[in-house]
Design a protein around this ligand. Structure first.
Ligand SMILES: NC(=O)c1ccc[n+]([C@@H]2O[C@H](COP(=O)([O-])OP(=O)(O)OC[C@H]3O[C@@H](n4cnc5c(N)ncnc54)[C@H](OP(=O)(O)O)[C@@H]3O)[C@@H](O)[C@H]2O)c1
Length: 270
């Protein structure tokens, strides 16, 4: 890949540009963006070429084009892309839009759907990726699959799933990041309730979350085993865990993931 096209240089468009630039030097960016300040950010920050109003030029320039507009803007973009889309390569990160939706407009087998989360802006997202089943194992499609997974990986970590599991990735990653924000806030409130100021309690909570992730990664142990290791008999931690479970903590988080996945399915019209 030499040149990447990005349609919609908002939060996600820029997050991918930033991740890609960090991971692969020497890439060129071509951008279509209707908001002038966002286009200025693309030009100044990433040396992007402005292809706004010239979709054909963008597709001639780009090896792969990332579609990163809001769901309500996607159809208008696809209508304009359609006449020049034959055999071109696309990765779309529009929530709630299925591969069938893109296939209704774009005349190409080279399609990938991404579901990232906000951490893409720091190259730390878990990104669900799916491809059309008909793409198959043909050599050309295999090469595209590799490119698309590299693109997704630039936003953090890529996980290929069948399209029917994209709502689950939405519940766990796309929306799931907000549950972690909620947990950080709740930990901090606990700190406040027991005597720390909110800002300091938040700083402690954040360090605890980062530390917990480092321990799970570093040890390779399951969270269940780690809980057992940290809880000494009749100690402080088991008292806290008991309080969490009395409030149905695990069930509530499971429900949150499930509800978000169901809502994602509803939006996809599956
Ligand atoms: N943000 C997240 O955490 C997240 C997570 C997962 C998936 N996604 C998906 O990623 C997509 C992008 O989200 P975002 O947060 O990056 O949105 P965003 O910040 O609003 O960026 C979209 C950009 O596209 C521009 N745009 C709209 N129509 C256009 C057109 N026809 N041609 C060129 N540019 C156009 C918008 O300009 P205007 O503002 O002037 O309309 C805006 O600057 C969404 O579909 C969302 O579902 C986002």
């Amino acid at each position: 890949m030499k040149n990447i096209g990005i349609i919609g240089f908002g939060n996600m468009g820029e997050a991918f540009a930033s991740g890609l630039r960090g991971r692969f030097g020497g890439l060129g960016f071509g951008v279509v963006e209707k908001a002038v300040p966002r286009m200025e950010a693309a030009k100044k920050g990433y040396g992007a070429r402005d292809f706004t109003g010239d979709f054909r030029g963008l597709l001639d320039f780009a090896d792969v084009t990332i579609i990163a507009v809001k769901p309500q803007d996607a159809e208008a973009v696809l209508r304009e892309l359609a006449p020049y889309s034959g055999g071109r390569k696309f990765a779309a990160i529009v929530a709630g839009k299925t591969l069938a939706f893109y296939q209704g407009y774009l005349q190409t087998p080279y399609l990938a759907r991404f579901m990232p989360n906000l951490a893409a802006m720091y190259g730390k997202a878990a990104v669900g990726v799916c491809f059309p089943e008909a793409g198959g194992e043909a050599r050309e499609f295999g090469a595209f699959r590799g490119e698309a997974l590299e693109l997704a990986g630039a936003a953090g970590w890529a996980l290929e799933v069948p399209e029917k599991l994209m709502p689950v990735v939405t519940g766990l990653s796309g929306s799931g990041i907000a549950y972690v924000f909620a947990f950080i806030h709740a930990l901090a409130l606990g700190g406040v309730k027991t005597g720390l100021a909110y800002d300091r309690a938040c700083a402690v909570a954040l360090q605890v979350i980062e530390g917990a992730a480092a321990v799970v990664r570093g040890t390779g142990d399951s969270p269940a085993n780690l809980i057992a290791k940290v809880c000494s008999p009749a100690g402080t931690t088991i008292a806290g865990i008991a309080a969490l479970e009395e409030a149905a903590f695990s069930a509530a988080v499971m429900r949150a993931v499930e509800e978000a996945a169901l809502r994602a399915e509803e939006l996809e019209g599956v």
